[in-house]
Design a protein around this ligand. Structure first.
Ligand code: UDX
Length: 460
């Protein structure tokens, strides 16, 4: 099948490159002409491990191409993946403007049957509206445009592996033909039979993905339900951490034991600055708004959001507790991306924390292995450094805001020597508090009171 992917962001680029790598002929298109020009030269607007190599390889094999002419890309394709952004609006609703624009374009240019696949994260019942829009704007009555939902479960930093080796592939369809076509598109992944671009030694031993076929509404709901549950686990761990601080327990040990229960699982129980990124925060908001719209009280999810927002306040309170006065202090921040192994700073807790420290009158120095360029555009007034040691030099406190493995591997003796006050506030429970204390650091983190060093508090 000839496949078009509309939108060349984190989801669209990974989708296009991976579909090409399993043997399809894919054209990726975007209304941002500048982005397309760069992509045609193999220059990617985002960092995602392995993606640049894959894009270049698939372009060379002529299985992947880019064009700014969205109309031409759509007209020439049998299946169209919609991977445009659905950012949150002021009130938390997902902004579906781009979906509507793409629907009108597909309807006006299509002269042959096409399968239109929603991959962007959208609230339940969007597919019905998409179908309606395709019908209303369609120019040639005979053209059959069927709609399907195929939500993505890509995590930034592991997106290619997540696409090629998923636990499940979910599709929401209204007719057998759509299910058949989608199964043909994903056949190599379902059979786990393709040249594995990420592992020279062949695909990691993974079980074959489960193929889950349901209705469009259910498929759309599954996406929001999954992400919101992940967010719920994180907020639950963060309240546990607060409890541990009050009863002198250790949250890492508590969550490790709780996570051993196979019904709970060990993942997404890491306490810290909370969840950020372009998915979890907006998906929780959109899910809440959907529930409100249809009259369902999802107070549980409002609490998840409230706990998450409070994590930044709790870190600022720790800083104030340790420094007494924040105004005029030099504070170093390690980490700007919303999580490690990505350059994405959208809705990053690290960025939010730095904004708060600047508002409090602190001077902030910061470093991130990948996200510096993107952070510069959103953080005026910060001194950007080239490494962790430069960040630490002369500071009254050093904050771990993103759990990059590089930061664990630092020469902490050298850091101790350069700081005005050897105080570390570990916002991601990344470091070994005992080791830092043994080096003479004052140390605090979330939910591990046993690791707090003496003389932490200057405030009354
Ligand atoms: C998420 C979902 O995991 C993925 O399935 C979906 O398709 C897109 O959204 P992503 O946003 O890339 O993926 O990041 P994820 O790894 O989920 O982390 C989200 C945030 O939660 C990050 O800020 C991370 O630091 C934070 N987090 C994660 C925690 O605070 N604690 C944890 O235990 C796990």
């Amino acid at each position: 099948m000839r496949i078009a992917v509309i939108g060349t962001g984190y989801v669209g680029l990974v989708t296009g490159a991976c579909l090409a790598s399993i043997g399809h002929e894919v054209i990726c298109t975007d209304c941002d002409e500048a982005k397309i020009r760069l992509l045609e030269k193999g220059i990617l607007p985002i960092f995602e491990p392995g993606l640049d190599t894959m894009v270049t390889a698939e372009m060379r094999k002529r299985r992947l191409a880019f064009t700014a002419d969205v109309r031409q890309a759509v007209a020439a394709s049998d299946a169209i993946f919609i991977c445009v952004g659905t950012p949150p609006m002021e009130n938390g609703d997902a902004d579906l403007t781009a979906i509507d624009q793409v629907a009108r374009l597909i309807a006006t240019v299509s002269r042959s049957p096409k399968l239109v696949i929603e991959k962007s994260t959208v609230p339940a019942q969007t597919g019905q509206k998409l179908k309606q829009a395709l019908k209303v704007y369609s120019r040639s009555a005979g053209t059959h445009l069927s709609v399907a939902s195929n939500p993505e479960y890509l995590r930034e930093g592991t997106a290619i592996d997540d696409f090629l080796h998923p636990e499940r592939i979910v599709i929401g369809v209204e007719d057998e033909a759509a299910a058949r076509d989608l199964k043909e598109i994903y056949r190599p992944i379902l059979d786990q039979r393709f040249d594995c671009p990420m592992h020279e030694s062949g695909c990691p031993e993974t079980t074959k993905p489960e193929w889950l076929v349901t209705t469009i509404n259910s498929a759309e709901l599954i996406k929001h339900a999954s992400n919101s549950f992940l967010a719920l686990k994180i907020s639950y761990a963060n309240v546990l951490a607060e409890l541990c601080e009050e009863v002198d327990a250790n949250v890492d040990e508590v969550t490790r034991a709780v996570g051993r229960d196979p019904r709970i699982g060990p993942h997404f129980l890491q306490a810290g600055l909370g969840f950020g990124g372009f998915c979890l925060p907006k998906d929780v908001q959109a899910f809440l708004r959907l529930a409100e719209r249809v009259g369902v009280d999802f107070g549980l999810l409002r609490e998840v959001e409230r706990v998450n927002k409070r994590q930044i306040d709790r870190m600022v309170a720790k800083i104030r507790q340790a420094l007494w006065v924040i105004r005029g202090k030099e504070i170093g921040v390690l980490g700007l991306a919303f999580k490690p192994n990505t350059d994405d700073v959208r809705f990053s807790p690290a960025i939010e924390l730095i904004r708060r420290l600047l508002m409090e009158g602190a001077s902030v120095r910061a470093y991130d292995p990948q996200a510096m360029e993107k952070a510069r555009t959103v953080l005026p007034g910060v001194q950007f450094c080239t490494n962790e040691y430069e960040v630490a030099t002369g500071t009254d406190a050093l904050i771990i805001a993103t759990e990059w493995a590089d930061f664990r591997a630092c020469d902490w003796q050298r850091i101790h020597a350069t700081m005005a006050r050897p105080l570390v506030l570990d916002g991601r429970n990344l470091l070994n508090g005992q080791k830092l204390r043994a080096l003479g650091f004052e140390y605090d983190s979330f939910g591990r009171p046993d690791l707090i060093a003496e003389k932490m508090s200057l405030a009354a």
